[in-house]
Structures are given as C-alpha cells and as structure tokens.
Design a protein around this ligand. Structure first.
Ligand code: C2E
Ligand code: CA
Ligand code: CA
Length: 539
C-alpha cells in the first residue's frame, strides 16, 4: 500500500476514533434528557386528566344530589337548591334543569338564558353522564357542559376545570410546552397555556415535538402534553457544555493515541528506519595506542543508538538487524558524516592520527562504497590516509572478487583496510592473502586467553606470526590487564585498544583526550608517553 494512502487512512481512522467520544457522550446525554422529559410529560398529562376527571366527578355528584329533590316547578326553593349545589363546589359555575325540549326550565342563577348553546354531548362510559364543550367560545379555556339524565329529568352543569394553569409546568418549559385536553374525536376542550383560537395540533410551534398522552377510562377525554425537542436540548445546556468540552478533550487525546499507536514502529526494522530518519545513531570513539611507543595513534569508531528517551543502545542489540533490513550502508554513511563533522578539525592538525570504521559485508559487494567514502571525506580536513576500514571475519563475504575490487579501491585512495576479529571466523588465511589487508585485529576472545597464570597463548602467538609474515600491522583488541599489555608488547604487537586504556568515549571526551595527549603544536613530534598517561587516566 502506498505510504501516502496509508497515512491518509490512518488520519481518517484517527478522526473517526477522535469524534466517537463526543458523539457517544452527546448521544448518551440526549437520550438521558429525552427519557427524563418523557417521564415528566407523562406525569403532566396524567395530572391534567386527573384534574379534569375530579372536577367532572365533583359536578356529577352535585347534579346527582339535587336531581331527586327537583319538582316540575321552578320556584325559589328549586333555584335555591341549584345555587346551593353550585356554591358547594369549586369548579361548577352554574346549573340548569332542562325541559324535555331542551329549553331551560330552571337555573341556579337568574341569567337571561332561554336555551343552552348547541352542544354535542359525548356519553361517559357508564352512568347517566354525557359531556360536551361550547365551541362558540374558543378561548382555549375549558368550559365544559356536563349533562345528567335519568330518562325523566335532565340537568346540566357548566364547569370550568382550571386545567390551563401553567404552574404545573416547569418554569423553563412554560414558553414552549403545550397541554391539550380533548375528546376522543379530536375536539379540543382546553389547552395549556390558554390560547386565543389555539389551532390545537401543535404545528404552531414548528419543529419536532415530544408528546405524552393519557386517556381517561371513565370519560370520553384524553390529555396530551407536548414539548419541542429544542427545549429539551436547551434544558440540558450546562451538561451539554460539559459534554462538548470533555468530548473534545477526549477526542484530541484519542486522536493523539491512535496516531501514536499507529506510528509506533511494529518491527525492529521500522524502529531502525525511524532512528535513521531521526538521526539517532551516534559515534563513540575508542582510543588506540601504539604499545611500543606509548603514543595515541587514533581510535575505532563504535556506533551507539541514542533513543529519543535518552536510552543508549549498544551495537550488539541492532547491528545484525540493520544489516538484514538493508539500512547498514546508509547508517554507516550517516555515521561517517557525523564523525567527520565532529573530529575533522582535530584530525586535520594531526596527520598521523587514525580513524577506524567498521564496515558491513554489503559495503564490499556494493561498488559505490569507494565513491561514497571519497565524497564524504573530500572536505573537512581528514585525509584519506588517516582512514582505516575494518572488515570482520566473523561473517563470510559473499563475493571475494568484488570485495577485492572494493578493498583495492579504498587502498588506492590511501586508506588502510583491517581484518577485524581475526581468527574467529571463516576467512582465515584465504582472506588475508586474497584481499590484501593492511592490518590484522586480534579479537578480544584470544586476548582473554592471556592470563597471569598462563605462560603463553598459542593462538595469539600464531595470529601475530601470520600477520607479521604478511607484512601487516598488528592491533590487539579488548586489552584489560597489564599482563596482557606486557605479553603483547613483548611479542612485538604494534597497537592495542581496551578498557585498560580507555572505554569507547563520546566525541567531546575523545577530543579532549586527543588535545591533552597530542597538543596541536607538538602533534607531529610528541614526546610524552601517551600510553602511560592513558592507563593512569583509565585507572
Ligand atoms: P568490534 O569491532 O570487535 O569492536 C570492539 C568491541 O569490543 C566494542 O564493543 C568495544 O566496546 C569492545 N571493547 C573494546 N575494548 C574492550 C575491553 O577491554 N573489554 C571489553 N569487555 N570490551 C571491549 P561495542 O562497541 O559494543 O561493539 C560491538 C561490535 O559491534 C563491534 O565489535 C563491531 O563488530 C560492531 N560495531 C560497532 N560499531 C559498528 C559500526 O559502526 N559498523 C559496524 N559494521 N559494526 C559496528
Ligand atoms: Ca572493529
Ligand atoms: Ca572484535
């Protein structure tokens, strides 16, 4: 998959993950607000209906109580009875006894009415009651007509259940909530709040409405409460702000987490590639001394991986993977440039000081190695004659002929080539003869066999003899004790490096050592014994 596409998809994925906390939290808060609103609307519609039912029940009781005591006349005693019954209720405004033709026979008050308005009465489920509303007075206020009849007598009570009162609705809903008390056929009996000519279908408010409805079991009435969604969202405003802020913060955190997790290298190769891009590979310098003269003759450059978190990783942990993942050559080029930039001025002033680099097998099958090295050290002041390139015997070189060409190329520049880890591996004598090396480095493995108790070390001796017979310079690695130094010196070994003298040093420490052991003005003709000095320092 192309890298740009992978990155695009990665960012898309990170954005989706980042948006999810906000969306989920919004959804949860909205669902919670909606559930709460639904419960409140249910309660409100139930209260409206209960209020209407109890008002009607009160009126029905009043009608039932006066009915048996009515006679056909409409004298003062009958009117008195009617008005007393009205006075004893809270919501009944007036009461009428009707004649068989519907005309008013007797009224609780002396109102100049001959007939009641034309009302459609809907019967209650049981009993002698029917109920209607006067649609000619559309104020939104309930003026209900309750008709009681036992077949002979007909009584009507006019009542006004106070269902339009707003105080049952929470304050922040009062602007937009709508309550409706209506008959089963849809005719509106009353509304909350009371509105002049209220259309009665909620469309006056626009938008989507939340609605709850309660249906009466005894009367042909139902009550409904509606609230626009916007009011519900607004009512969870403070929580909503919290959700937006918290969701936003979590989103940013999720975004960073996903990107970070996805960009974290999955393999050692990925990590090495990234280390290379971030310039995390740094040179350390292990001083090399001429043990016959005691002079500092240069150093071996040893790579370290300094991670972003400051951790320092030794080459044993990554060198092989670097080679296998094909970044070895680029890694070495980067290292050489860093070394050049760091030590060139000090090397320019000290033409005999050597700088040894470890190369990979790939360097000897790749014919651009010579060009690369020429180009790197063309500027800066380090002479090609100051460079030593080490090729390890530990792993086989795939193509000896090519390696020979590469080595000759380097030698023709004036560089020297050393056989590293001599005696440990595959090449042996064939390498030395065929490849025409200038130097042999005896591995620490063999130097370790020189102990205080052993009189001689046959392998070290034979390697020295081999090197000498081929006219090569001999360098011993990993010298840790004075016994080893004495032994190597007595066998005529030219140079050595090891913890006895110095560990691999960071650039600044190595430069300090160079400056103190080889002051620039004396560099060419230094007289002091650097080796003794170095041993004193290392101790
Ligand atoms: P090497 O080329 O044999 O390097 C010598 C190793 O021995 C270094 O280990 C050095 O720190 C260690 N050493 C030197 N003197 C003593 C001593 O007295 N006692 C002990 N115990 N150790 C001593 P280091 O730096 O860990 O490097 C390990 C290996 O990694 C090197 O072995 C070399 O093969 C490889 N390496 C290091 N840097 C590079 C590089 O830039 N390129 C390549 N191709 N290989 C490298
Ligand atoms: Ca080496
Ligand atoms: Ca070695």
């Amino acid at each position: 998959m192309p890298r740009s596409l992978t990155n695009g998809m990665l960012i898309l994925l990170a954005l989706i993950v980042a948006a999810s906390p906000l969306l989920i939290m919004r959804w949860v808060v909205n669902a919670h607000a909606a559930a709460q609103a639904q419960t409140m609307l249910d309660n409100l519609s139930r209260r409206i209906l209960q209020h209407a039912e109890s008002t009607v029940a009160e009126a029905a009781d009043a009608l039932a109580s006066v009915a048996p005591r009515l006679n056909d006349s409409c004298g003062p005693d009958v009117r008195e009875r009617l008005s007393t019954a009205v006075a004893e209720t809270t919501n009944v405004r007036s009461m009428f006894a009707l004649a068989a033709d519907g005309s008013i026979r007797c009224a609780s008050s002396e109102i100049p009415l001959h007939a009641l308005p034309n009302i459609t009465y809907r019967p209650a489920r049981h009993g002698p009651l029917a109920i209607g509303v006067d649609k000619t007075v559309d104020t939104g206020r309930a003026t209900l007509y309750l008709r009681w009849s036992d077949g002979e007598r007909v009584l009507v009570a006019v009542l006004a259940p106070d269902v339009h009162r707003l105080d049952i609705v929470p304050t922040d809903w009062q602007e937009t909530a709508i309550g409706l008390l209506s008959f089963h056929d849809g005719t509106i009996a009353a509304s909350i709040p009371a509105r002049q000519s209220f259309a009665g279908n909620g469309s006056a408010l626009g938008g989507r409405l939340f609605t709850a409805e309660t249906v009466s079991e005894s009367l042909p009435l139902r009550a409904a409460m509606s609230l626009p969604y916007e009011t519900i969202w607004a009512s969870r405003c403070s929580l909503g702000l919290f959700v937006e802020v918290a969701g936003g913060i979590m989103g940013v955190a999720f975004f960073a987490l996903v990107l970070n997790a996805a960009r974290r290298p999955r393999t050692v190769e990925d990590a090495l590639q990234r280390g290379l891009r971030r310039d995390e590979f740094v040179p350390f310098y292990q001083p090399v001394f001429n043990i016959q003269s005691g002079k500092l003759v240069g150093c071996e450059v040893l790579i370290r991986w300094r991670r972003k978190d400051g951790q320092m990783i030794p080459p044993g942990a990554f060198i092989q993977q670097a080679e296998e993942s094909g970044i070895a050559v680029e890694m070495t080029s980067q290292l050489m440039r860093k070394v050049r930039d760091e030590v060139a001025p000090y090397y320019a002033e000290r033409p005999h000081l050597k700088l040894a680099f470890n190369l990979f097998a790939d360097h000897f099958s790749d014919l651009s190695t010579e060009d690369d090295i020429r180009e790197t050290f063309r500027t800066g002041g380090i002479r090609y004659t100051q460079l030593v390139f080490e090729v390890t015997e530990r792993y086989p070189l795939p193509n000896l002929n090519r390696a020979k060409v590469a080595i000759s190329g380097l030698q023709s520049l004036g560089c020297r080539v050393a056989l590293d880890d001599a005696g440990t591996g595959h090449g042996g004598l064939a390498y030395l003869q065929k490849l025409g090396m200038d130097q042999i480095k005896i591995d620490k493995l063999f130097v370790d066999t020189i102990t205080a108790s052993s009189a001689s070390s046959p392998i070290v001796d034979s390697l020295i003899a081999l090197g000498r017979s081929l006219g090569m310079e001999i360098v011993a690695e990993g010298v840790e004790t004075t016994e080893q130094l004495t032994y190597l010196k007595s066998r005529g070994v030219d140079c050595a490096q090891g913890f006895l003298f110095a560990k691999p040093l960071p650039g600044a420490a190595y430069i300090k050592l160079v400056e103190s052991l080889l002051p620039a003005r004396h560099a060419a003709v230094a007289e002091a014994d650097d080796l003794d000095d170095a041993i004193r320092r290392a101790a």
